[in-house]
Ligand binder design. Structure first.
Ligand code: SAM
Length: 251
């Protein structure tokens, strides 16, 4: 079916490509890539020979009208980014928005995402999370962004780069106090690592031993609002009260 296929690719382990993603990249008329050379590696691993075109921050505005025209003429176009799910701290939002505004079909082809991968295995509360993506690099703007996030009652998910990790963690310790956090590094790759401690301890650790690679930071919610025994007890109590009222009414 013609339309725009927003296609996730692996975040490190090449085998995390889905069958459907391979199928769609093979049958598409065109693959829009954040970096055509990066995508070429993936394509050669899966024997995909579809033509490629760049679609990134710097050419997006210029490229969009031509892409929308092709879509309107019935093309099957796949959008990929260098890693993981397009639009998630990656290009594509305006293209999807304008495609939908033009009545073009847009299909998700889901797969890897670094934030969700981190949440799935870190052991941080996963019932509610807030995706904060990349923080502003400048300390002033970063502190302001963190202050705004401090009251959010959910696990916070951040993307960070290795050189900024220690600085970000100490700014978080300042903004969030004693909350625990997990640094999830190099997910699905050879040197995958999860480290959990307080923000201050993690800041000290990475200040001393700088980390390499790609990083997700998960910050636990303010206080612990995991669905613990207390919540379950409270729920059962309410349920039992409701039942006995109904039973009394029936009697
Ligand atoms: N679209 C991607 C996704 O769905 O996760 C994110 C792209 S964003 C430009 C790149 C950032 O994602 C990295 O700086 C890092 O914070 C995170 N990331 C990507 N791959 C990762 C991995 N294998 N392990 C840990 N973090 C990763």
């Amino acid at each position: 079916e013609p339309g725009l296929y927003v296609t996730a690719t692996p975040i490190g382990n090449l085998a995390d490509m889905t069958y459907r993603a391979v199928e769609i990249l093979k049958k598409a008329d065109l693959i829009l890539c954040e970096d055509t050379r990066q995508t070429a590696k993936l394509m050669s691993a899966y024997g995909i020979e579809t033509p490629r075109a760049p679609y990134h921050e710097h050419n997006a505005a210029r490229a969009r009208p031509g892409i929308l025209k092709k879509l309107q003429d019935g093309a099957v176009i796949a959008l990929v980014s260098d890693a993981g799910t397009p639009l998630i701290s990656d290009p594509g939002y305006k293209l999807v928005r304008e495609a939908r505004d033009a009545g073009i079909a847009v299909f998700p082809v889901p797969g890897a995402n670094a934030g969700v991968a981190a949440l799935s295995a870190a052991g941080a509360p996963s019932d509610r999370f807030f995706f904060a993506g990349f923080l502003p690099p400048k300390p002033g703007a970063r502190a302001k962004a963190l202050a705004a996030l401090a009251p959010v009652d959910a696990t916070l998910v951040f993307y960070e780069t290795a050189p900024r990790l220690a600085g970000a963690l100490s700014a978080m310790a300042e903004a969030f106090g004693k909350r625990r956090a997990v640094v999830a590094r190099e997910l699905t790759k050879l040197h995958e690592e999860f480290r959990e401690a307080t923000l201050a301890d993690l800041a000290a650790l990475y200040e001393e031993t700088p980390a390499k690679g790609e990083i997700v930071i998960l910050v636990f919610p303010p206080e612990s609002r995991e669905a613990g025994d207390a919540d379950i007890d409270a729920f059962l109590e309410t349920a039992l009260q409701t039942m006995s009222v109904k039973e009394a009414a029936a009697a």
